[in-house]
Write a protein that binds this ligand. Structure first.
Ligand code: GSH
Length: 211
């Protein structure tokens, strides 16, 4: 039976999982679960993932990312980045906690990217950890340039790492992010009322509430 990936490309971990499958040539079927239509909260989807979150992978029994490196040491290191991601960068992006976002970017720059290679943990090729974190940061693409510069400007290594991850997973990375670019286009062409008062943070808040 073919692997089934339940995903919504508006979701950061969904994009990371899809890019991972594509780059690794995994034969899978992508099944869209539309978060904006609350499809992830239906009893049918709860059968797939009782946590009612995306992405979910079905391959006989439910599992998330399957293809961690076989090597136990590498796998543990990747787990450590992912755990860190969930208690730092992911919370920062979700709660718009600017302070946490800056401290997470600073930790990525000074710690996770301190190795010799261009990727996290000094790797020479991106792992699911790179994809997860970069897809999280890509969500900030919907902000205007001024705000993106404010966030990313001080972090040169982070900027390079995002580029490397994008190039290493081309053309899948851009294809999977098309949906996000379309949202950005919509937000740019039709500024929301709040934009006049609260600027980009309000746009981001409104946009995130759709997730
Ligand atoms: N630990 C999960 C987190 C998944 C997650 O936070 N998914 C979000 C989409 S970005 C979701 O399903 N949110 C819907 C909800 O929690 O109701 C992973 O990394 O795969």
């Amino acid at each position: 039976m073919k692997l089934e990936v339940y995903a919504d490309r508006m979701s950061q971990p969904s994009r990371a999982g899809i890019i991972f499958c594509k780059v690794n040539g995994i034969d899978y079927t992508e099944l869209k679960v539309d978060i904006s239509k609350r499809e992830h909260l239906t009893p049918e989807f709860a059968e797939i993932n009782p946590m009612k979150q995306l992405p979910a992978i079905v391959d006989g029994k439910f599992k998330l990312f399957e293809r961690y490196p076989a090597d136990l040491f590498k796998r543990s290191k990747i787990h450590s980045v992912l755990y860190w991601h969930h208690s730092n960068l992911r919370r920062a992006a979700a709660a718009e906690a600017e302070k946490l976002l800056f401290s997470s970017l600073s930790k990525i720059e000074s710690f996770w990217l301190k190795g010799d290679g261009p990727f996290l943990l000094g790797g020479n090729q991106p792992s699911i950890a790179d994809l997860s974190l970069v897809c999280e940061l890509m969500q900030l693409e919907v902000l205007d340039e001024k705000d993106r510069d404010r966030f990313f400007g001080p972090y040169k290594k982070v900027q390079q790492w995002i580029k490397h991850t994008r190039n290493a997973t081309s053309p899948h990375f851009d294809n999977v992010h098309i949906i996000l670019m379309k949202v950005k286009e919509k937000l740019t062409n039709k500024p929301l009322m709040e934009a006049n008062h609260g600027g980009a943070r309000d746009i981001e808040k409104r946009w995130r509430s759709r997730m």
